[in-house]
Design a protein around this ligand. Structure first.
Ligand code: ADP
Length: 499
């Protein structure tokens, strides 16, 4: 048993705040770190103690592992929670934390190392009856050899970076003639993005669903799965709407995928929370993609349907406690959906936007959860991920959850930065989404920016322009709030969301 009386959260924004809330409920003291850009952030104010670690760029602040460890040593902090992103999947950091006598709230450095490479992970799990997408088993050394394998799989194939992440270093190769050139381009891309040019080939699943399994394991070899999350609604290979459970999975497949995920954990002696990602083809066959050895952005939908606080479980596991439940104790209750509200312009290729959150009114109501790290009046900085918040709903059925989410989106008032609220509403209202008839190509197939452009009369356009101008000129939060109350027509705010 390791005592944890204080936790430093090596992260920022919504996830830092979310972790601190669970830790504090357990009676644990919480410590924040922040960059100069985040000095006034809610996660800094919420913490019992907060330390500035450097200037805004993450390479000079949130990624300074050694500095963060020194800070913990100096202030006798018991544990570090890395959140997601930043240092969360850096096995070297996890190792150094443990070597410094600090508890790392996550898996062992060794498990992280195995799963950190897509090829390493595939090799580790193949002896454990985990289905893999057909492809090359090691990094391409001999292009001619790889070409033969690609031919036997059949085009199109996908070339992927072994060290890849965030959809980078991935290319579809449609024809044999372009094979060599595309492999070379992918290697160059992998080298510059990850400092590792290892790439491999995989069969391209043409109509795939991205479905992942949440796992929890303790340090005594007990592993359970907490069912699936459906994450197929993506833009630029990145998730934007997630739900649990998946409409495409029946009980038999759920159990098979769950067992395969548990086997992935066995393959690398995994403990703590993790996510095993699968791709599912049109016939319902599933294949292992990779494992994320950390808490996932979309973890709240799993919390909503299982009633389990994943962060508290992570902390208990790190303390050395055994899991307090078995697989048969877990069940799915209702349906949960999460949308990621990004400061991005869906009408312009989801280009990130920055600026001041002039109006930021969260929706409220039963079964509505907002995980965020922003407040009205704050600046959305350029340095970090453009996610403003996660809006999560929980209802007895999928249809009720969709209806609840649409209402919550309509209640959400964001003015000042372009965002994905209306885009998400478009998806939720789409007949193919409602029927569950979608794959990872949904956005390319069904979305066009014009769908979000409003048709306003000249008078409405002038009114929107007038009020927006006035708001931008009044820079303090106080003034913004006052201005808000003087606007008589609520629908104008809805229009301005698109500004
Ligand atoms: P990354 O780690 O870069 O996010 P992943 O392997 O997790 O890469 O894949 C990201 C996304 O790319 C998946 O969610 C899926 O949409 C698509 N993808 C990955 N592998 C395949 C494949 N073999 N066939 C078709 N699409 C794929």
């Amino acid at each position: 048993m390791r005592e944890i009386k204080s936790i430093l959260v090596a992260n920022r924004g919504e996830i830092a705040l979310r972790i601190m809330k669970s830790a504090r409920e357990m009676g644990i003291k919480v410590i924040a770190i922040y960059s100069e850009a985040d000095r006034k952030s809610p996660h800094v104010r919420y913490a019992d103690e907060a330390y500035c670690v450097g200037p805004p760029p993450s390479s000079q602040s949130y990624l300074l592992g050694e500095k963060i460890i020194e800070l913990c040593k100096k202030n006798a902090i018991d544990a570090i929670h890395p959140g997601y992103g930043f240092l969360s999947e850096n096995s070297d950091f996890a190792k150094k934390v443990e070597e410094a006598g600090i508890t790392f709230i996550g898996p062992s450095a060794q498990s992280m190392e195995i799963m950190g490479s897509k090829l390493g992970a595939k090799n580790a799990v193949k002896k454990f009856q985990v289905p893999l997408v057909p492809g090359t088993e090691s990094a391409i050394e001999d292009v001619q050899e790889a070409k033969k394998i690609a031919e036997s799989i059949g085009f199109p194939v996908l070339v992927k970076a072994s060290a890849g992440g965030g959809g980078k270093g991935m290319r579809i190769i449609h024809r044999l003639e372009e094979f060599e050139e595309q492999v070379q381009l992918a290697m160059n891309e992998a080298q510059s993005a990850f400092g590792d040019k290892s790439v491999f080939i995989e069969k391209y699943v043409s109509s795939p669903k991205h479905i992942e399994i949440q796992v929890l394991g303790d340090q005594y070899g007990n592993v359970v799965y907490l069912f699936e999350r459906e994450c197929s609604i993506q833009r630029r290979h990145q998730k934007v709407i997630e739900e649990a459970p998946s409409i495409a999975i029946n009980e038999e497949t759920r159990q098979k995928m769950g067992q395969a995920a548990v086997n992935v954990c066995k393959a690398c002696n995994y403990y703590n929370a993790g996510t095993v990602e699968f791709i599912v083809d049109e016939k319902g066959n599933f294949y292992f993609l990779e494992m994320n050895t950390r808490l996932q952005v979309e973890h709240p939908v799993t919390e909503m349907i299982t009633g389990i606080d994943l962060v508290k479980e992570q902390i208990k596991i790190a303390m050395g406690l055994p899991l307090s439940f078995k697989q048969e104790d877990l069940s799915i209750r209702g349906h949960a959906i999460e949308i990621r509200v990004y400061a991005e312009d869906p009408t312009n290729n989801f280009l990130p936007d920055i600026g001041k959150l002039i109006v930021y009114h969260r929706p409220l109501g039963p079964g509505i959860r907002v995980d965020d790290g922003y407040e009205e009046g704050m600046q959305v900085p350029i340095y970090y991920d453009p996610m403003l918040c996660k809006l999560i709903v929980h209802a007895p059925t999928r249809n009720e959850a969709i209806a609840k989410m649409i209402q919550a989106i309509e209640q959400f008032e964001i003015v000042g930065v372009k965002n994905t609220l209306d885009f998400c509403k478009f998806v939720l209202k789409h007949p193919h989404f409602i029927q569950g008839n979608f794959d990872t190509h949904f956005v390319q197939k069904h979305f066009q920016p014009e769908f979000l452009q409003l048709h306003l009369t000249d008078l409405e356009k002038n009114l929107v322009a007038y009020f927006t101008q006035e708001l931008f000129e009044n820079s303090t939060t106080q003034t913004c709030k006052e201005t808000t109350t003087t606007i008589p027509n609520k629908s104008l705010w809805k229009m301005m969301r698109l500004k």
